[in-house]
Every structure is written in structure tokens, then in C-alpha cells.
Design a protein around this ligand. Structure first.
Ligand code: PMP
Length: 430
């Protein structure tokens, strides 16, 4: 059995200075029974290495940003170059238009764009811009979608499809939650009901076009077209939160039903593993933003050269689009292998896969919304998670997180993962 004694002592030590011992709550393993989280010492390619010298095949990929593997030499070189040539100027730099042009070449709808430092900031600002543009204040969002930790998006559904939201975190004012209506994903009737109830009070509809936050969940065919239609009818701004999805499934934004939003929020992959966010879209709407318009947004670190040069290096690697096909082939191999092994042991699972990412749910039904994802088996997931971790496979400690592939995963790693999963399914056989 693997030793984690060094992890244990680092975690105890961390808790004496860092609140909860972690800088983001999921890392504490609270959702899978609260065992000691593993403390990593380094990472390379598709592997993480902990302080006890154990190696893990990584399917978390830092919750999405790591798509070319850990410590990719091209990204490390970009970071090193920036560190020598200056990384924060407090002025325009050449890296900003070079970077923005690269994004725009991949996503032509980004007529104007701004760089920020996180997905949270990107989404938060799109809401402000949409409110400035429409001179309205209410937002429609979708249950189970996560959009960062700003007040307006830490709001849960009220009691009915068109009731106002309630704070989903202590410290979020009820007055903020009242501006936000949360409806179930993939449910046209609920969206229409909220839209007709609030009509021209709606500033924006905010959605993950392919959900990454209650598992990988694709929209029903025609659903996004309907969301687009509702936004048009209301005169509301349609915002795609592509913080997870941008450049994850293809080189660019999500392509589904041929629908385009008015604004996008990006983060994660576009920084190649360094802190970043970006938002942008229709020029007329973006012109609300200072210095051209009345909606304020700024950032001391915004557009720093380390993040932009790392991001450019990452996008350069991803522009070889055959790598998406390769990652998808590996994802399919993993999907079919997991399904076959679970079936062999009589464990009911379902896999929601979209191209290069998927979620393994412990339950028999295909997952189409948050309520169904919540309903899947937590005990079985938790047992599976700990078994894989103990045997060198790193999954996110949540029953509805995605498994991500990188360019550095190999068939051999997939097969090793499947062998370990097989023993996990055997152990949790009902
Ligand atoms: N939007 C989505 C869809 C996300 O998944 C996340 C982070 N998981 C965010 C926004 C927030 O991004 P960040 O953690 O960089 O603030």
C-alpha cells in the first residue's frame, strides 16, 4: 500500500497557516469523505508526483487548464523568456495585440476582447457589460453551472422556475440573489416561463454551452438555438461561459447548433496553465467598457506577459488540430473500457462524453441536468475515487467532475487506468 506520510505532515502543516489547508475548497477532499489530500511536489507530462514519491496519471489537469501536459517545454520556455525580458509593464506591450489577434483568429466573433486574470473576473465583467449595454439588471443562469465565485453567480434557484434566486454562499446579499433567476439546463419550458415572467428586465442569459460543472453535459439538439431565440426576443445579451470549454474540445469556442453568443468569457486553457481570463464579443457591446464606455474594468496584472506568452505557446501547440483527434481517440478508449469493466462487475454507470472529455457517473441514467447529476451514487463514486488514487490515478474528488485528456496521455496510460478501474469496480460490486 502506498505511503502518504509526507502528504499527511504537509497537510497538517498547511492547515496551521492556510485556512483549511487549501487555496480552493475541492482540494480538501471534503466531498469524498475528507481523507488527507495528496500534496504534490512536481508534475511532468500526464503525471503528478507527490511528496512521498508516488506517481499519478492525472485526469484532473488542474480542472482544465493543463491540456498540453504539465511543464510542457514550449510553455516553460515562453515563461522563462518572459521572466528575463520583463513580465509586467503597466503600459501596453507587444504581447497584448499579438495574443488578442491569436484569440480572434480562432474565434472571429471576438470583435473586441479584454484580458483579465481569472475565469471569475471574466464572467463577472461580462455581466457588468451586459447590464451596462441593456440598462437592465436581471440575469438568467442555469442550475449547476459554475461561473466563478463572484456574488451574482453564487446564487441558487428559488422555489419555482420563475422565482428569484437565493444566496448559494454566506456573504452573498439577498438583494444580489434577487437579480438572478436560475432555471434547469436542457429545459426550454422553464426558460420560457422565466423569460415571460421577467421579460425586458433581463439583461443577460449566462450559460455554459456544453456544461463542464455538473459533469460533461451536452445541450439537447436545438436547445442552444432556443436559448439564442429567447435572448433575441427579450433583447438580452447571450453570454457563453467558455472558461472550461474554450479550446478544450476543438481549437476555438464550442460549435453547437451553429449558435453564436454576444459575449464570451474564457480562462483556463488560454493561459497555458498560468493565471488568465478573457472576455469579449460584439464590438458594439464591448464599447461599453472603459476607457471607451461607462462600464469600469481594470487590472494591475491584466495582460501580464508571462500569462500571455504562456498562452500563446499553448495555443500554438493546439493549432495542430490533429491533437484533438488523438485526445478524442484516447477518451473513447477510456469511455468504452470503463463501461465494459463496470458492466462486467455489475456496477451501474453511465458515461457522458463530449469529444475529449467525459464524466463517469455512478447511476444507470444518461445525465441531462443538475438534479440528475446530484442523484448519482456518492458512496460508490467515493470508493472508486479513493481506490484509483491509492493505485496511482488522479481524479477530481467530486462525483460530477470531468476527466480531461492531454496531448501527453498515451494508450498505455489509458490501459493502466482501465486495469486499476477494473479492480475498483470489483471492490464496489453491489
Ligand atoms: N466559469 C466556469 C465554467 C468554470 O468552470 C470556472 C472554474 N472552474 C470559472 C468560471 C471560474 O474560473 P476561475 O477559477 O479561473 O476563477
Amino acid at each position: 500500500k502506498r505511503s502518504i506520510s509526507q502528504s499527511e505532515s504537509w497537510y497538517e502543516r498547511a492547515k496551521e497557516s492556510i485556512l483549511g489547508g487549501v487555496n480552493s475548497p475541492a482540494r480538501s477532499f471534503k466531498s469524498v469523505g475528507g481523507h488527507t489530500p495528496v500534496t504534490m511536489a512536481r508534475a511532468q507530462g500526464a503525471y503528478l508526483y507527490d511528496v512521498d514519491g508516488n506517481r499519478y496519471i492525472d485526469y484532473v489537469c488542474a480542472y482544465g487548464p493543463i491540456i498540453t501536459g504539465h511543464a510542457h517545454p514550449a510553455i516553460a520556455e515562453a515563461v522563462a523568456n518572459a521572466s528575463r525580458e520583463g513580465y509586467l509593464f503597466g503600459t501596453p506591450s507587444v504581447w497584448e495585440p499579438l495574443y488578442a489577434e491569436r484569440l480572434k483568429a480562432a474565434i472571429p466573433e471576438l470583435e473586441r476582447v479584454r484580458m483579465v486574470n481569472s475565469g471569475t473576473e471574466a464572467v463577472m465583467t461580462t455581466l457588468r457589460v451586459a447590464r451596462a449595454y441593456t440598462k437592465r439588471s436581471r440575469i438568467i443562469k442555469f442550475a449547476g453551472c459554475y461561473h466563478g465565485h463572484s456574488d451574482a453567480v453564487l446564487v441558487a434557484a428559488g422555489s419555482g422556475p420563475s422565482s428569484v434566486g437565493v444566496p448559494d454562499s454566506a456573504g452573498v446579499p439577498a438583494s444580489t440573489a434577487q437579480e438572478v433567476i436560475t432555471v434547469p439546463f436542457n429545459d426550454v419550458a422553464s426558460l420560457r416561463q422565466a423569460a415571460s415572467h421577467y421579460g425586458e428586465e433581463i439583461a443577460a442569459i449566462l450559460i455554459e454551452p456544453v456544461v463542464g460543472n455538473f459533469g460533461i453535459v451536452t445541450p439537447h439538439p436545438g436547445y442552444l438555438a432556443e436559448v439564442r431565440r429567447v435572448a433575441n426576443e427579450l433583447g438580452a445579451v447571450l453570454i457563453y461561459d467558455e472558461v472550461i470549454t474554450g479550446f478544450r474540445f476543438r481549437y476555438g469556442a464550442v460549435e453547437f447548433d451553429d449558435v453564436k453568443p454576444d459575449l464570451y468569457a474564457f480562462g483556463k486553457i488560454i493561459g497555458g496553465g498560468l493565471p488568465i481570463g478573457a472576455y469579449g464579443g460584439r464590438r458594439e457591446i464591448m464599447e461599453q467598457v472603459s476607457p471607451l464606455g461607462p462600464a469600469y474594468q481594470a487590472g494591475t496584472m491584466a495582460g501580464n506577459a508571462i500569462s500571455l506568452r504562456a498562452g500563446l505557446a499553448c495555443l500554438q501547440l493546439l493549432s495542430d488540430t490533429t491533437i484533438y483527434e488523438r485526445m478524442e481517440t484516447l477518451a473513447k478508449r477510456l469511455e468504452s473500457g470503463l463501461l465494459a469493466r463496470a458492466r462486467a462487475h455489475g456496477v451501474a454507470v453511465t458515461v457522458n462524453r463530449y469529444k475529449t472529455a467525459f464524466t463517469l457517473f455512478f447511476g444507470p441514467e444518461k445525465i441531462e441536468n443538475y438534479a440528475q447529476a446530484m442523484d448519482t451514487n456518492s458512496q460508490q463514486f467515493s470508493a472508486f475515487f479513493h481506490h484509483l488514487l491509492e493505485h496511482g490515478v488522479h481524479l477530481a474528488p467530486s462525483k460530477y467532475e470531468a476527466w480531461f485528456l492531454t496531448t501527453e496521455h498515451t494508450e498505455a496510460m489509458i490501459d493502466e487506468t482501465l486495469a486499476i478501474a477494473d479492480s475498483a469496480f470489483a471492490a464496489i460490486r453491489p
